[in-house]
Design a protein around this ligand. Structure first.
Ligand code: GLU
Ligand code: ZN
Length: 313
C-alpha cells in the first residue's frame, strides 16, 4: 500500500471527520430517489426522537451514490420537507457524492488485505446459477479464486463465511445471519464503478461518529453485512433500532418503488400524527392546532422504543 492510501485508510478508520458533539450521535440517511413519503417520515421522526430524547445529536446524510436511481430535485425537496415538519439537524448535511475518496480508501484497504475479490460474473450468468435465498440470489462463489474473465469490468465482492453475525436490535431483539449461506459474498463496488450502499453506509457512520442507527425495518437484513464490514475495517458497531414499516392497504411496505405518495408539506400535523401513531405515540387532542415544533417537543418527552410486533416482519 502506498503512503497516500495508507493515510486515507487510517483516516476512514479513526473517524476523524466530526468532533464528537455528544455521547449519542444519531442520523437520518435518505436516498434522493424521490421525495419523502409516510414511511420515510417514520424513520426521520423516530431517529430524531431517539436522539433528542437523550440530548443526542441528529445528523442528516443524503445518500446520493447511485445517480441512475436519483430524481432531480429530490435532495432539496427532502431538506425542505424535514424543515417543514420541524426536524432540525445538527451541523452541515453530508452528501455521499462528496465522499468517494473515502469509499475508495476503504476498498483499497480491503483489497490490500485480500478481504475482497474481483468478480466478472454478468447478471445473466448469476441468474442462471445462483440459488435464491431469503434475501435474493446467493452468490455461488464463481470468482473466489480469481475472476473468470480477467479482462473487462468487474465488481468487488467481500469474502463471507458461515460464522453467525448477530446483534441485539433495540426493538426487534436478537437477529443474525450466516452470510455465506444466506446472502453470499456481496458487492461493495459495482462493475459500473459505483460504490455499494453497504460500504458507503459503514464508512460514513464511522466517520460521522454515529453511535445509534435508527431506521426502517426493511434494512434489518442488511445489518449483518454492515457489521461484517465494520469488523473488517476496524470500526465500532453502533447500536441498532429498526422501526416498524408503514404498509399500504394491501399490506405492502410503502416505498418509492411502490410509488408511495410524496408527503404533502401543507399537511404537517396530519403527517406527524400518522408517523407518531406508527411509533406507538398518541399525541393529546389539544396539540391538534399546535405547530410542528410543539408536536415534536411533546414526542421527545414521551418517546420510548416502540414495541416489537409480528405484523412488521
Ligand atoms: N439510504 C437508505 C435508504 O434510504 C437508508 C440508509 C440507512 O438508514 O442505513 O433506504
Ligand atoms: Zn463472479
Amino acid at each position: 500500500m502506498d503512503d497516500v492510501s495508507e493515510k486515507r485508510g487510517l483516516e476512514a478508520r479513526t473517524g476523524a471527520g466530526f468532533e464528537p458533539m455528544s455521547a449519542y450521535v444519531g442520523r437520518f440517511a435518505p436516498s434522493p430517489t424521490g421525495p419523502l413519503h409516510a414511511g420515510s417520515l417514520v424513520a426521520a421522526v423516530g431517529s430524531y426522537l431517539a436522539a433528542r430524547s437523550v440530548g443526542g445529536c441528529w445528523l442528516l446524510r443524503i445518500e446520493d451514490i447511485d445517480p441512475p436511481r436519483e430524481m432531480a430535485g429530490a435532495s432539496d425537496r427532502i431538506l425542505r420537507s424535514l424543515e417543514a415538519h420541524g426536524l432540525r439537524w445538527d451541523g452541515p448535511v453530508l452528501f455521499q457524492s462528496s465522499r468517494l475518496e473515502a469509499y475508495q480508501a476503504a476498498l483499497d484497504d480491503l483489497i490490500a488485505r485480500d478481504l475482497v475479490y474481483p468478480c466478472s460474473c454478468s447478471r445473466s450468468e448469476l441468474t442462471a446459477s445462483a440459488a435464491i435465498g431469503a434475501f435474493g440470489p446467493v452468490y455461488p462463489g464463481h470468482c473466489r479464486s480469481g475472476p473468470r474473465r480477467p479482462e473487462g469490468r468487474y465488481a468487488w465482492r467481500v469474502r463471507t463465511d458461515n460464522d453467525l453475525i448477530a446483534f441485539e436490535d433495540r426493538r426487534v431483539g436478537r437477529y443474525g445471519q450466516r452470510l455465506e449461506q444466506e446472502v453470499g459474498d456481496f458487492v461493495v463496488r459495482r462493475a459500473d464503478g459505483l460504490f455499494a450502499y453497504q460500504l458507503a453506509v459503514v464508512v460514513d457512520d464511522a466517520w460521522q461518529g454515529v453511535t445509534d442507527v435508527v431506521r426502517g425495518e426493511d434494512l434489518l437484513d442488511n445489518t449483518p453485512r454492515q457489521i461484517l464490514l465494520q469488523r473488517l475495517l476496524g470500526f465500532l458497531t453502533p447500536t441498532y433500532l429498526h422501526l416498524p414499516l408503514v404498509r399500504d392497504a394491501d399490506g405492502q411496505k410503502l416505498s418509492k418503488q411502490t410509488f408511495a405518495e410524496a408527503l404533502d408539506d401543507a399537511q404537517v400535523t396530519g403527517n406527524l400524527f400518522a408517523a407518531l401513531h406508527v411509533l406507538g405515540l398518541m399525541p393529546p387532542a389539544d396539540l391538534r392546532k399546535a405547530p410542528a415544533s410543539e408536536w415534536l417537543a411533546w414526542a421527545v418527552a414521551h418517546w420510548r422504543v416502540p414495541q416489537a410486533d409480528s405484523s412488521a416482519r
